[in-house]
Design a protein around this ligand. Structure first.
Ligand code: UD1
Ligand code: CA
Length: 458
């Protein structure tokens, strides 16, 4: 099996090699590899070229590649792949796919591989509303395929053909090598077109078969616009599958879930939720509106809304948000809460611990059932290094406490509101650090009369 992925993708107008662009969190080329490998092919070669290193790095580990150092077209790329595959039996069937078609299904690859005795080439075509940009499938009056003409080489009559070449083929190895030897770059782009093989084999009287596919399975990505369309199609597919399994969504058009994410049946997803990378959402969890979660776990029956979660673990029965930022290394144990305008980083909240409002907790370990008062901040950074804060079980941190790390608050201890805590607090103790309140009787009245005498208008 051969997958062509060496092109630059000029029409994307992007720094990234085309096949490295992602749909539902997975690079275009990896969608094709996925569909191809479900058939367990004897060998698989991915042709890389433009941005070869970058593309090589995103391929599944162990993927065999061939380097097409200069990209002279799909026919040239196929020759490079054949050289990598080495000696093939002329009767062997070679399946060729393009790396920019992320909506390809394994069923479609299977239908290509179901090659019959006497067949020379099998190709996938589709009838589309807008064929512009695609190669057109030209048939003779009996309906037999006789050629593929590229959009830029097509005449007016050919441009009107709505049957397009998907770019998926299976072909006898011997005939492929032979006809690739005959193609020439006499076309608008000056490239060696794999599609010319179709015309060459047809002219030689070989048996060609066209397999019809649904337009949405064959979409090739050449532009940002087509990438967005493929994203939408994949999103619909993923959300449909999840809803069928029993996931509730208020508005599936506004839920963006990567293919790599697990959502258990019984989870509830509100709009504008983005679940990315290695993220898991357990049954009974309620996520959104407005949640961005990447590489994070949301436990059963937890509620997360208006929040950003990165490499964090939210346990069962927890509450997050509204307006919370969980940075990498945040771990919430069962029943804990991170509330409004709270930021955490590399911090563990024990069972039932709560930081309900306006806090920063960094490099902290918060014991179970501890309560973090509004405005509490762990001062974990002295400008050079970061230091830990340890808060004991059941501790009560008064509002607006500054915890200057490294510092440990003992189990059950209390800090007075507004304290700047620089030394460890013993278990069960109260630590207060603030100047005594002073009272000046009658001051307010005196000040007001002074002010009105000097400024009668004011
Ligand atoms: C190609 C087909 C067209 C078909 C369409 C389907 C050719 C000549 N045309 O056009 O008939 O309708 O796909 O989507 O084949 N590549 C290489 N090396 C190269 C050039 C391309 O590896 O030198 C790879 C690209 O990375 C890409 C694939 O081949 O994955 C297709 O190339 P692209 O330039 O996108 O071809 P299209 O113009 O879309
Ligand atoms: Ca293409």
């Amino acid at each position: 099996m051969i997958i062509l992925a060496a092109g630059q993708g000029k029409r994307m107008r992007s720094r990234l090699p085309k096949v490295a662009h992602e749909v539902a969190g997975r690079p275009l080329v990896n969608w094709v590899i996925d569909a191809a490998t479900t058939l367990q092919p004897e060998s698989l070669v991915v042709v890389v070229g433009h941005g070869a290193e970058e593309v090589g790095a995103i391929l599944p580990p162990g993927t065999r590649t061939a380097l097409q150092a200069e990209q002279h077209g799909t026919g040239h790329a196929t020759k490079v792949a054949l050289a990598e595959l080495g000696d093939l039996d002329p009767d062997d069937v070679v399946v060729i796919l393009y790396g920019d078609t992320p909506l390809i299904t394994s069923d479609l690859v299977r239908s290509l591989a179901a090659f019959e005795e006497g067949e020379a080439l099998r190709m996938v075509t589709a009838e589309v509303d807008d064929p512009s940009g695609y190669g057109r499938v030209v048939r003779d009056p009996h309906g037999s395929v006789i050629a593929v003409v590229e959009d830029r080489d097509a005449d007016e009559a050919q441009k009107a053909i709505r049957e397009i070449n998907a770019g998926f083929y299976s072909v006898r190895a011997g005939l492929l090598a032979e006809s690739l030897g005959q193609i020439s770059p006499h076309n608008d782009q000056g490239e060696y077109y794999l599609t010319d093989v179709v015309g060459i084999l047809a002219a030689a009287g070989h048996r060609l078969t066209a397999v019809r596919a649904a337009p949405e399975e064959v979409a090739g990505i050449n532009s940002q616009d087509q990438l967005a369309e493929a994203q939408a199609a994949k999103r619909r597919e993923i959300n449909q599958r999840l809803m069928e399994s029993g996931v509730w969504m208020l508005d599936p058009d506004r839920v963006y879930i990567d293919a790599t994410v697990t959502v258990e049946p019984g989870a509830r997803i509100y709009p504008d939720t983005y679940l990315r990378g290695d993220t898991r959402v357990a049954a009974g969890a309620e996520v959104g509106p407005d949640v961005w979660a990447e590489d994070s776990t949301i436990g059963a029956n937890s509620r997360v809304w208006y929040a950003v979660l990165r490499s964090s673990v939210v346990g069962e029965e927890c509450q997050v948000g509204p307006f919370a930022s969980l940075r990498p290394g945040t771990v919430m144990e069962r029943g804990s809460k991170i509330g409004t305008f709270v930021e955490t980083k590399n911090t563990t909240l024990g069972e039932g611990a709560k930081a309900p409002h306006l806090s920063y907790l960094g490099d902290a370990t918060v014991g179970s059932r501890a309560n973090i008062g509004a405005g509490t901040i762990t001062c974990n950074y002295d400008g050079i290094s970061k230091y830990p804060t340890v808060i004991g079980e059941g501790a009560f941190i008064g509002s607006d406490t500054m915890l200057v790390a490294p510092v440990t608050i003992g189990d059950g201890a209390i800090t007075g509101a507004g304290s700047v805590i620089t030394r460890d607090v013993s278990p069960g103790a109260l630590a207060v650090e603030r100047s005594d309140q002073v009272e000046i009787p009658g001051y307010a009245e005196r000040r007001r009369s002074r002010k009105s005498a000097s400024d009668p208008e004011g």
